[in-house]
Write a protein of this length. Sequence first.
Length: 105
Amino acid sequence: MTQPAEQAAAPVRQTGRAATANGGKYIRQLCKHWSHKFQVEEGENSGTVHLPVAVARMSASDGQLTVTLETGDAATLERMKTVVAEHLDRFAFREAPLPFTWSAE
C-alpha cells in the first residue's frame, strides 16, 4: 500500500488590535526599520512585512492599530506576536506597551 501524500499544513493566523491614535506612524516606522532586511509593502496607513517565518499585515484606522500574523505553526505564531509587539512598542515608547488583544480569525 502507498501512503497518501502529505498535505501542507494550513497556516496559523491571529489578529491583534490595540488602541492608539498613532498607528499609521508606527506602521511606517516599523516598515522602514524592517525594509533593510525583509520584503516590505507599504501603504498610507498599512504595511505588510514578509518575515522569514511569518507574514505581518498591519493597518491603522479610527484610533486602532491592527496586526494580522500568519505563520506555519502555533509556536512560531506565539513567538512572532511577541517580536512584532515589542518592535512596535519601541516606536510607541510614549504609550508602550501597546495593549494588544489577540484573537484567532
